[in-house]
Design a binder for this molecule. Structure first.
Ligand SMILES: NC(=O)c1ccc[n+]([C@@H]2O[C@H](COP(=O)([O-])OP(=O)(O)OC[C@H]3O[C@@H](n4cnc5c(N)ncnc54)[C@H](OP(=O)(O)O)[C@@H]3O)[C@@H](O)[C@H]2O)c1
Length: 322
């Protein structure tokens, strides 16, 4: 099978197209023929070997064997099932998240049927389905599981035009929150159209000088700090950063002190969020923002674009045409 692989940390050019043996599903596994996958900011970090502490997980000097094929989100068709798999059949259209072993930048991927995989709603394409999983389930984890956002609360989304941000805006609105977003001028109209009540263009405005107070500030892109956001947080408000080792330490400290709290972590168990995502897609309740699509042969270009830090929504890789 065709796959995109990297053997050393570095720029997008470390990715090469290779031929690998097609994997064989173990007892409870599905063999998925991947039709579409994506390039996320998180996996561009894996490719660069950043942040450095992340190398403890994926390989100190070079990526370890199990993570050399990137691709965290996928949508495709079940090609075969292992003898103990009960929930899916060959021919099912499925989508999901591979976990940190990645591996969806390939024609086939084996995954346990108990992993983050579910049936694809009939009303979305493979490209659309692949472009929802990481963004939506991460937004769910931070806004529902960590912050428990309630109707009437006020939420600020920093990086509202990114993959997590575009879903976070929509989810926070669904939860009944008043939602403000931070993005650059070229994305203001898009973010307004997703339902924000106020948008700050970070190139000309400073949201910390607005006089607003928030129950939750969700920094999806790591462009702020707790110290900077603290003055705009309500007395027991939550600062929710998706990245940063320092934020993990702050989360421990602020859990036991009074005042605004830092809450962070990794969205790993995605089953509830994935079931909700599937339902919302089937009811046409989510807008999926796709910035660009590339065939797998052009994955280096796709990584260059995502590395810029300025993609809008999601970047899709089509593995099977059509
Ligand atoms: N903790 C977890 O479980 C978890 C899960 C997934 C991902 N992550 C992390 O989340 C981060 C990426 O999230 P993502 O994929 O949603 O990002 P993304 O899609 O790459 O974000 C790109 C967007 O960020 C906007 N942006 C850039 N600078 C900004 C600024 N100063 N203020 C506001 N917006 C700005 C850009 O808008 P303009 O072009 O208009 O500037 C662009 O639309 C990564 O660090 C990843 O590792 C964490």
């Amino acid at each position: 099978m065709r796959a995109a692989m990297f053997h050393a940390y570095g720029p997008p050019e470390v990715l090469t197209q290779v031929e690998l043996p097609t994997p064989v599903p173990r007892a409870d596994q599905l063999l998925i023929r991947v039709h579409a996958t994506t390039v996320t900011s998180a996996e561009c970090g894996m490719r660069r070997g950043e942040p450095m502490w992340g190398r403890v997980l994926i390989g100190l000097r070079r990526p370890r064997k199990g993570v050399r094929v990137l691709g965290l989100e996928f949508a495709g068709e079940v090609a075969a099932v292992g003898p103990a798999a009960r929930q899916f059949r060959a021919g099912d259209r499925v989508f999901g998240f591979t976990g940190f072993g990645a591996g969806a930048n390939a024609e086939y991927k084996c995954l346990s049927e108990r992993a983050s995989v579910t049936m694809m709603p009939a009303n979305v394409t493979y490209a659309q389905a692949a472009a929802t999983v990481d963004g939506f389930t991460t937004a769910w984890y931070f806004l529902r599981d960590l912050a428990d956002v309630q109707a009437g609360q006020k939420v600020l989304i920093i990086g509202a035009s990114g993959s997590i941000g575009t879903y976070a805006v929509q989810l926070a609105k669904q939860l009944g929150a008043v939602v403000h977003g931070v993005c650059s001028g070229r994305n203001v109209k898009l973010i307004e159209s997703l339902g924000t009540d106020r948008v700050f263009d970070y190139t000309v405005e400073d949201f910390t000088a607005s006089g607003e107070r928030y129950d939750a500030v969700f920094d999806t892109v790591g462009r702020s700090s707790f110290a900077r956001c603290r003055p705009v947080l309500a007395p027991r408000g939550c600062y929710l950063p998706t990245t940063g080792l320092v934020n993990t330490a702050l989360a421990v400290r602020t859990a036991v002190t009074g005042g605004p709290r830092v809450r962070t972590g990794m969205s790993v168990r995605k089953h509830v969020a994935l079931a909700t995502l599937r339902e919302q897609l089937s009811q046409d309740r989510l807008r999926i923002v796709i910035d660009r699509s590339y065939p797998m042969a052009e994955i280096v270009e796709a990584h260059r674009h995502v590395d810029s830090g300025h993609k809008t929504g999601n970047v899709v890789i089509t593995v099977v045409d059509g």
